[in-house]
Design a protein. Structure first.
Length: 291
């Protein structure tokens, strides 16, 4: 089967995917950008800060979150995508629904970020195959309301690699261009903190599947727990930014294709430093030019 040309970004460093949640209940920025103008402004701010991709989502996937209907999800994201796309921004839509993805692509989105990897909606893979767009497949074991009940592993790295590999194979067999697929281990999705750390420690094994890897650790609870003061609870979301930047550096140094973050500037600096180290490891003189 022939495939349209993919426009999957492939910079010479780990790229930055900036997050805009057009929701009232996302764990970090829920409610801040539910207003359309605020969401558009935030997207433009992320681009100005250096984001390579702006990821627009209209349905919260935090642990325990319930679902909304497709019409409400589309109503949240489509106006924002349209306005950002006309500026030339590279826009991704974060959705599990094929009908929302199709409308978003029509509105100007260029990538689909599906946290269910095609498991939530059987129409998603045929849509992506027809559209020929880049597609992020995340490791997923069920919807947010019950996903933490499925955080049971004997060897989390082996099982995530196996399940992601199966989703990749299913997508490719369904007509999705293999060169357009990015894999995401789904940190925090049906994962306990120990599972997240094991995956971050073994990014080379994830990369062995043969596709670019996207890491989404930004401000997640497991970071707040590891940097908490003795006897205190997890640090609140905004106070997890430095830990997020550290993960961006670690992921970039390990060869990750991208990191998905709420704030751009610090992670962009981190991935540039990691790119310089990787260049030096390869015997090249690190470049001193901006982006």
């Amino acid at each position: 089967m022939s495939h349209p040309a993919t426009d999957l970004p492939r910079p010479d460093r780990c790229l930055i995917m900036g997050v805009v949640n057009v929701t009232p209940d996302s764990f970090s920025d829920g409610g801040r950008y539910l207003d359309r103008s605020a969401a558009i402004g935030r997207g433009l701010e992320l681009v100005t800060s250096g984001a390579d991709i702006v990821d627009i989502g209209g349905e919260s996937t935090r642990p325990g979150a319930g679902r909304i209907d497709a019409a409400e999800e589309a109503g949240r994201v489509l106006p924002v995508i349209r306005e950002l796309a006309v500026t030339g921004a590279y826009v991704s839509v974060d959705t599990m629904r094929a009908e929302v993805a199709a409308a978003a692509l029509e509105a100007g989105a260029r990538m689909v970020n599906d946290v269910s990897g095609g498991l939530s909606d059987p129409a998603m893979i045929p849509l992506i195959a027809q559209a020929g767009c880049p597609y992020v497949i995340m490791h997923w074991r069920g919807h947010s309301a019950t996903m933490q009940d499925r955080a049971r592993y004997v060897d989390v790295v082996a099982e995530v690699c196996d399940e992601l590999g199966q989703r990749y194979q299913t997508a490719a067999e369904g007509g999705v261009n293999p060169e357009s697929i990015v894999l995401d281990p789904g940190l925090g999705f049906a994962k306990m903190p120990r599972h997240n750390w094991a995956l971050l420690a073994n990014l080379d094994r994830l990369a062995s599947i043969g596709r670019p890897i996207l890491i989404g650790a930004s401000r997640k609870r497991f970071l707040g727990e590891i940097i908490a003061s003795a006897g205190a609870g997890p640090r609140p979301d905004p106070a997890r930014e430095d830990a997020t930047i550290a993960v961006s550096a670690i992921a970039a140094l390990a060869g990750a294709w991208g990191v998905r973050v709420h704030e751009v500037a610090g992670s962009l600096d981190a991935v540039k430093v990691a790119a310089a180290v990787r260049a030096a490891q390869a015997g090249r003189v690190p470049e001193a030019a901006g982006r």
